[in-house]
Design a protein around this ligand. Sequence first.
Ligand code: HEM
Length: 435
Amino acid sequence: MSLAQDYDLPDGPSMSPARMTWKFLRDRAGTVPAYHQEYGDTFSLRILPGPRTLVVFSDPADIKEIFAADPSQFHAGEGNAILKPVMGEHSVLLTDDAEHQRARKLLMPAFTGPSMRAYQPLVEAIAKIEVDSWHDGDTLVTLDRMNAITLDVILQVVFGVTDEERLSVLRPKVNRMVNIDAKMLLAWSYPRLFKLPPWRGYFKNQQEVDELLYAEIAERRAAHDLDGRDDVLSRLLRVGASEGETPLTDAEMRDQLVTLLLAGHETTASALSWTLHELGRDPEILARAVAAADTGDDAYLEACLKESMRLHPIIDFVARTLQSDQVVAGRLLPRGTTVTPSIMLSHSREASFADAHLFKPERFTAEKVAANTWIPFGGGVRRCIGAAFSLMEGTVVLREVLQRYEVTADAVAPNKLRNITNVPGDKAPLRLTMR
Ligand code: HEM
């Protein structure tokens, strides 16, 4: 066993853990760059509950080491335990070790290249219906409209519900379920609160969503056309046997579906909103993107998305908690430390991205982006399962919008941290001009 003085925790700001936790939860965009400025690439933060130590990393070599480290000693799931009452104990986001491996193995085939191509036509149709409802001269409340698109994509492409009557029952309930604020997060830590209003209503709604999902799963298992269906749920139901694994049970399936919903809905909507906002602020880049939409140059549209995810990381850090003493980036850190690659700091390094404060999609077409510098989807065995899905979805939506409208943003959108997602605080209003 190591002695405490052997540990080599980096310096960091000295303030009470309560104050630091508050700042970390409320204003990372304001505080983390300032800590970086003062303490350099690696620094420590003391965070509640515990308090426990978070060591923040931003050098690409250190981040590479953390992503490649042994997942049995670098747990990601336990840090997300607060989400258990909603996502469920089997969620791929919350589990570690063998259970996590099994979930990844069963989920992955539904998120590979060929599956992406199969989903694309339905995503196009959903985006078209939304853009059809817009008018010349409208001011678009971009975040709300992108949320509407990405919610329908999850319901139709992931859950495979395309029947309009069922959709109209599911939409408001699922919307309520994903609309989680700090008050609801509190109840997740103290589940007994779910017996009291307003938490009781939220919990009841969640139970209703669960019932609908279980009914959908049962019906789909029995569907005679299961083999021919393209949605994610149907693919998951088909996958088990062919992977040589016991197929997912109904309870596991429910937990993974809710996880995909919560992980994939607002994240993609926010990425799209930031991208359209940046295009709306730069007529020259907008003109290139419009031309790309007209000529089917999806690579340029995808570069716009990637660059906006760099400049506005939707999730700004990922975390791994050490299960034993470990040497990380040359420092001996004690068991229980949470090592935290900072997506925000990685993306703003001048050494990795010259003029890092500027929106320049060409970085992702003309230049080679070095490994472990652009990490909006995290990395290693926990890298976002939906990365290719969200890029496909985002590219399709940008194409549908820009083929019909030019967009203008009159003001710079402020960043707002909503739970763990960074969104445009003013919902990124855009003026629409029909082309
Ligand atoms: C712009 C959109 C998105 C962003 C920025 C994003 C970002 C992330 C990040 C940072 C992680 C944690 C990775 C790590 O710990 O290394 C993650 C995990 C995850 N994401 Fe995404 N995500 C997006 C969209 C999606 C979509 C569309 C889906 C599914 C439909 C999805 C499903 C998941 C799942 C299941 C995990 C857990 C993976 C695991 O723990 O093994 N995400 N995502």
